[in-house]
Design a protein around this ligand. Sequence first.
Ligand SMILES: *[C@@H]1O[C@H](CO)[C@@H](O)[C@H](O)[C@H]1NC(C)=O
Ligand SMILES: *[C@@H]1O[C@H](CO)[C@@H](O)[C@H](O)[C@H]1NC(C)=O
Ligand SMILES: *[C@@H]1O[C@H](CO)[C@@H](O)[C@H](O)[C@H]1NC(C)=O
Ligand SMILES: *[C@@H]1O[C@H](CO)[C@@H](O)[C@H](O)[C@H]1NC(C)=O
Ligand SMILES: *[C@@H]1O[C@H](CO)[C@@H](O)[C@H](O)[C@H]1NC(C)=O
Ligand SMILES: *[C@@H]1O[C@H](CO)[C@@H](O)[C@H](O)[C@H]1NC(C)=O
Ligand SMILES: *[C@@H]1O[C@H](CO)[C@@H](O)[C@H](O)[C@H]1NC(C)=O
Length: 528
Amino acid sequence: MLALLLFAALAQAAAISDHSFEAQCLSFRPEASVLNSTRTQLQFVAAGTNLTFPDNDPTCNRNSQVVGTDLCRIALSIPTSNRSSITLELWLPETWTGRTLATGNGGIDGCIKYEDIAYGSTNGFATVGTNNGHNGTYGDAFYQNDDVVTDFAWRSLHTSVDVSKKLTAEFYGSSLGRSYYIGCSLGGRQGIKAAEMFPEDFDGIVAGAPAVDFNNLYSWRASFFPITGASSDYNFISASTWNTTIHNEVLNQCDAIDGVKDGIIEDPTACRFEPGALLCQSNSSTNCLSSTQVEIVNKVYSDYLWPNGTLIFPRMQPGSEIQAATGLYAGRRWALSYDWFRFAVLENPDWDAATYTTKDAFIADEKNPGTIRTWPSSLSPFEEAGGKILSFHGLQDQQITSFNSKRFYEHLSTAMDYTPAQMDNFYRYFRVPGMSHCNSGPGAWVLGQGGNAASKGIPFDAEHNVLAAVVDWVERGTAPDVMLGTKFVNDDVDQGVAYTHRHCRWPLTSTYQGGDLDPHQADSWQCL
Ligand SMILES: *[C@@H]1O[C@H](CO)[C@@H](O)[C@H](O)[C@H]1NC(C)=O
Ligand SMILES: *[C@@H]1O[C@H](CO)[C@@H](O)[C@H](O)[C@H]1NC(C)=O
Ligand SMILES: *[C@@H]1O[C@H](CO)[C@@H](O)[C@H](O)[C@H]1NC(C)=O
Ligand SMILES: *[C@@H]1O[C@H](CO)[C@@H](O)[C@H](O)[C@H]1NC(C)=O
Ligand SMILES: *[C@@H]1O[C@H](CO)[C@@H](O)[C@H](O)[C@H]1NC(C)=O
Ligand SMILES: *[C@@H]1O[C@H](CO)[C@@H](O)[C@H](O)[C@H]1NC(C)=O
Ligand SMILES: *[C@@H]1O[C@H](CO)[C@@H](O)[C@H](O)[C@H]1NC(C)=O
């Protein structure tokens, strides 16, 4: 009887506390604390709810999001100038660890990553995301509006950090724990830019496949259309030729360098692909390339240079052909670089992407819209504030060559005059063989790098998960030496783990221990 009463009392207490969180949420007035802001959402959301976003720009392709924990959802619109504004979502979980997390964007968008906000809040972070100053995946909002460009380059994220830290402390009536960031691609760049401009914004940053040296990256991307020609051209290389003839020859030349023929090039820096091996021997040969096509492939895999021979952007890493075939090599203007150039750089909506040359690259480099470049020569203020950056890059990335992350590491360590051991104190870069742009691919690519479904399949710990790893680094001083990536069967968590693989931090290389060891056993490889 007593036990029953006790149980009833506990159940009632739980009900009251649930109720009081909901009431606390609904009585919160975030707009009162943020100058000139407009509240567009304030709702208690129960765990398991499938939220829908009917007003969200359809190009963002994010109509709904399942929420993993009870939380208070706040959305605000905040002016950043008299001709620009941001839309911000702040999700405050009832089960809060004291930590805050900001999330990044991608491409040239304009899209709140609801999946990352859900991921952060489910793991106990008060998590914020913004539309980065405009809605949708297109760049027309940049046209003749430097304020929208500035929001995109850095101001939207910084504003969201200021606002969300203030609101989070007010909401919970408590001082804040450590502050984190997670983003990939453009989002990786946003993290590095924040470390450079606002060294106090974050204690820990996860910067995946960072789009650093942004102007030159976009010039490199724009350069492929003039190289490949249009898909109707006589010598245009079809996706199926990239997929089979060229990809197979890349593997033929480079897959075994690491000692294991598994379709994954463990260290593409060691691969100097020679497409001349595919030159047709006679007019009736098949599965081969004409001499013009050999030249095209050579250019695709060469460093991209200014006319004076200095580097604009490093070469595409071999191994990424299959994904790149339908993207950068598709023989049409590439939407992101097209919009970036015509609206933000050249301010000419009628610009023809087929006419792109290094003259356009020069204009982009000189103009540096919104100071977006992101190529710091020092991150000392961030390091001195105790900040930590965990970066990673897929070595089959078809949208940003991973050689740029190596180049950035070398640039930073040279400019700061740091040895790898000194870099290790605050900046660690993990190479992920067999991973495409930010996720997917044949390798062990699941690392907790965001809210895609696969992150649910791995433990939230420093061994498996990059966000948990940076938390441990910041809060306990235990730095990640290796990250254990997971491959699920058919990339489906429900089908179980196919294998795991240790990803090494630069400059170490994942090295097969030889003989007849099973390459799908993590212990068969060492970081040397
Ligand atoms: C807030 O709005 C007022 C009135 O429109 C304006 O004068 C002021 O500059 C705005 N402040 C900010 C920070 O946007
Ligand atoms: C959530 O709702 C959307 C729109 O109604 C639907 O398309 C989606 O499948 C739902 N997601 C889940 C996991 O039920
Ligand atoms: C972006 O879309 C949101 C609705 O999701 C809307 O409230 C906001 O005004 C839009 N912002 C701009 C700059 O169009
Ligand atoms: C907007 O602000 C700028 C200065 O930041 C000012 O030059 C401009 O006149 C303002 N425009 C309007 C319409 O108020
Ligand atoms: C190339 O391979 C990709 C991935 O396997 C596939 O989606 C695409 O349809 C293929 N394209 C051609 C033309 O074979
Ligand atoms: C091969 O094709 C080229 C160009 O179409 C032609 O000039 C040449 O005569 C052909 N050679 C043979 C052996 O048929
Ligand atoms: C080469 O040209 C680029 C672009 O004009 C310029 O930034 C760079 O300084 C030049 N390098 C040398 C060594 O002249």
